[in-house]
Design a protein around this ligand. Sequence first.
Ligand code: PMP
Length: 305
Amino acid sequence: MHDRDGKIWMDGQLVDWRDAKIHVLSHTLHYGCGAFEGVRAYKTPDGTAIFRLREHTERLFNSAKILRMKIPFSFEEVMEAQKAVVRENQLESCYLRPLTWIGSEKLGVSPKGNTVHLMVAAWPWGAYLGEEGLKRGIRVKISSYTRHHVNITMTQAKAVSNYTNSILANMEATEDGYDEAMLLDASGFVSEGAGENLFVIKNGVVYTPDLSAGALNGITRNTIFSICADLGLKVVEKRITRDEVYICDEAFFTGTAAEVTPIRELDRIELGCGSRGPITEKIQAAFFDIVGGRNPKYAEWLTPV
Ligand code: PMP
C-alpha cells in the first residue's frame, strides 16, 4: 500500500505517496487516539464527484471534538484537501481516507501539548464486500465480541481505537468462513457490522438499530432514510434483537465502503428469500443512481472535484 505512485495530502501539502511518513513515536500509534473518515468519489455524467463531502467532513470535525483534538485546518481547507487528492491523482472513482492523528513530541497517556496532524489519501477501491456480495448477498455471523458501550469508547466518533473491536469481530467471522460480523450491544441488542450499519425489512417496514446500540451514525444510513422516504417506505429506528433478524424478510448492510450490501444468511440461517430481496434491490438501485449523479434531486450531495 505504501509503495505506489501518486500524491497524499499531508499537513497542508501534497507529498509523494512514498514520502507520506510519520514518526514511530507518534502518540496515536501508541494509544489509538485519532479519528478518520471513509469517503467515496464516483464517476458521474458531469465528471468525478465526492459523495456527501460536507457531511463526512463534519463528522471528522465532530470526531476530533469528541476526542478533544483540534484539527489545525479550517473546514473549508479540509474539504478542499479531499477534492485536491482526487484531482491530483486523476482518479475517476475512488475511496478517500482522511485521518487526523497526534504527533510525536512526547509519549504518556495525556496528549496535552502534542501537535495534531491531518492527512488525506485516495485510491481506487471496488465493492468492499465483493461484487458478488452486492448481487447475491453476504453471509454474516453474530460476533462473540460485544460492540462498544456508549460510555466506554465514544461511539459517535469514528475513532481509530474503535476499530480494534471491528478488527477482532471481522477476523473471527472471516476465519470461520463468513463474509462479515454482526455485533450486539452490551445489552444483547443488534448494533451494527464491523464497518457497516444494519437495516432489516419486515412486512414492508424498514428497521434499523437506534444509535443508543452503539452504532456509528452512518452517512449511508442517513442516505437510506431519504431513499426510503422517496420510495414510500417507513423507516423505524428501534432496538432490534438477533432473532428479529433471523425472521426478517430482507436485511442489508450500509456503509461508504460497503455501499448497500444485502445479507443473505445470519448464523447459517437463511434470511428471507436467501438472496438480495426485492425492496433491498430497489433501495440499492436508488443508492447507485444518487451516487452516480443520475438523480437530480440529490445533486447537492455531489461535490465535483
Ligand atoms: N459503522 C461502522 C463501524 C463503520 O466503520 C462505518 C463506515 N464508516 C459505518 C457504520 C457506516 O458509516 P458510513 O455510511 O458513514 O460510511
